[in-house]
Design a protein around this ligand. Structure first.
Ligand code: HEM
Length: 168
């Protein structure tokens, strides 16, 4: 049986070697804290101003400043910097933390679209770092979004069993 990581590689089109190329260079040391803050600020400015109401509404219960901090602290820690996110919030456990949200493939495309624009508009992110980051995001995204797809058929089958065999 395929691991979640292998599935993410298959669906995202990013193989694990490219997705984890972020581990071959210390992007935190290369780019610095302020670049990560700027990246997440650019990203969430776009998200909160998105003309697509369905996407904007996914973030309606989160304060923009907190969302920015949550995100850049995770990126910093994942890309070679101090474990800012875990010190404040514990294990990233991104799949579990995204469970309340509709992380559909459509949402994933929109997320990626804003992130690509945010990376492009953040000065100091060179082309090589951009490629590494985008591969990581794309792969991570499919890991987050693939779980409901794996679970849904199982939960649907259980529902069918319960409907047809209520006393079971
Ligand atoms: C379908 C795509 C995605 C959607 C719709 C989505 C949505 C959300 C929402 C609504 C939040 C809560 C905002 C907050 O209060 O911090 C969140 C948090 C977060 N997301 Fe995503 N996300 C997506 C993909 C990703 C990806 C690809 C990553 C990492 C590469 C990521 C990393 C995070 C992190 C680190 C947090 C903060 C979690 C916390 O502090 O509890 N997200 N996301």
């Amino acid at each position: 049986m395929q691991s979640l990581q292998e599935k993410a590689s298959e669906w995202s089109g990013v193989d694990s070697a490219d997705a984890f190329a972020i581990d071959n260079t210390n992007l935190f040391q290369k780019l610095g804290l302020q670049t990560f803050i700027n990246l997440s600020t650019n990203f969430y400015n776009r998200v909160y101003d998105d003309e697509e109401e369905w996407f904007r509404s996914i973030f309606v219960n989160s304060k923009k400043e907190e969302a920015i901090q949550n995100q850049y602290e995770f990126f910093v820690q994942r890309m070679g910097g101090p474990p800012l996110f875990s010190q404040r919030k514990g294990h990233p456990a991104l799949i579990g933390r995204h469970r309340p949200f509709p992380v559909t493939h459509q949402a994933a495309e929109r997320w990626l679209h804003h992130m690509e624009k945010a990376v492009d508009s953040t000065s100091d992110i060179d082309d090589d770092s951009k490629i590494k980051m985008m591969n990581f995001f794309r792969h991570e995204l499919h890991q987050i979004t693939s779980l409901p797809i794996l679970i849904k058929p199982i939960s649907n089958s259980i529902r069918v069993l319960v409907i047809y065999f209520p006393s079971w």
